[in-house]
Design a binder for this molecule. Sequence first.
Ligand code: CP3
Length: 348
Amino acid sequence: MTTALHDSAFLTAARGEQPDHTPVWFMRQAGRSLPEYLAVREGVTMLDSCMDPEMIVEITLQPVRRYGVDAAIFFSDIVLPLKAIGVDLDIVPGVGPVVANPVRTLEDVAAIPDLTPEQIPFITAAVQGLVAELAGINGGTPLIGFAGAPFTVASYLVEGGPSKEHAKTKAMMFSAPEVWDALMRKIGGIATAFLETQVAAGASAVQLFDSWAGALTPADYVRHVQPHSAAVLARIGELGVPRIHFGVGTANLLAEMGEAGADVVGVDWRTPLERAIPLVGDRAVQGNLDPTLVFAPTDVMTARAAEVIEAGRAAKGHIFNLGHGVIPSTDPDQLARLTAFVQGYPLD
Ligand code: CP3
């Protein structure tokens, strides 16, 4: 890694050191809120675009060019590794991932292959291309790799698609622990291989998305989920890159998500950072402006962003983000103003 990259505000804050400005990026910064994204995606399915290195590079760079954010996030999806190993699934526009044959039994789990780097050459090529391009943007912009955490990916595999209650998933967890354990191990191995491939190709940080972990009680999280996420994060920790661990509605789980092995705990917008920071212990935090504040007048949005930055000062490190992904109807000009505001906010 170059010195410029190492010293970037994003990686400095992720290590828990003091950067010269609060680093900012946005979950789902690449996507439907950008006209240039809609133009590139025209006539190409989501999954096809995730397997085309040139498209991945272009789409990942779009928000970096437009906003000058402090980090790029690799354009892909949490179900892409499953697609790469042959699981019959699609990403349906406006719906999300849909799995043709939901996983129910030990035999179903055993039929899911492991992931090897040879199955995802387009990921390696795209990461390498991006790292080369990003080195020349704003003095060196880090690339965040990502994977879906075992629980969140399991929820799509077991439900067969998006769900609100995750009832079938949790029913498996409660009633068939041996199937659950095998499934979590399988997905954990796939997530690890997906992240290892991205880091080996040059990604300088990773985010493990356990978006739906907030559906669990702390006891169930600790017993049935945390060990599997911890195994993924431990392996990536050996590679020496910072690990961000994020979920939605996780006010009750922030300590446990930190203990799973994160360097940075992502906080959704519902939990004020002043409440989150004491819970995550000796770790940095990421977040957490309400994503709907972009629809407020700019001065209202930036006043609330200032509150987030001020609260973040009590943390070991703070990376500014929205509390969840960019909403597709977001005005990109508001995100440009928000980026400039955060980066220009005086820290002393
Ligand atoms: O953040 C980024 O800019 C990087 C790209 C990214 C995508 N998905 C692209 C995408 C990332 C990090 C993800 C992760 C992801 N995918 C998560 C975890 C993050 C979160 O939001 O909590 C989850 C739960 C998924 C599953 C998934 N894929 C959903 C719920 C959807 C949205 C369905 C819809 O159409 O509203 C997708 C599809 C998807 N993934 C899109 C994008 C840009 C939209 C598809 C399109 O543009 O056609």
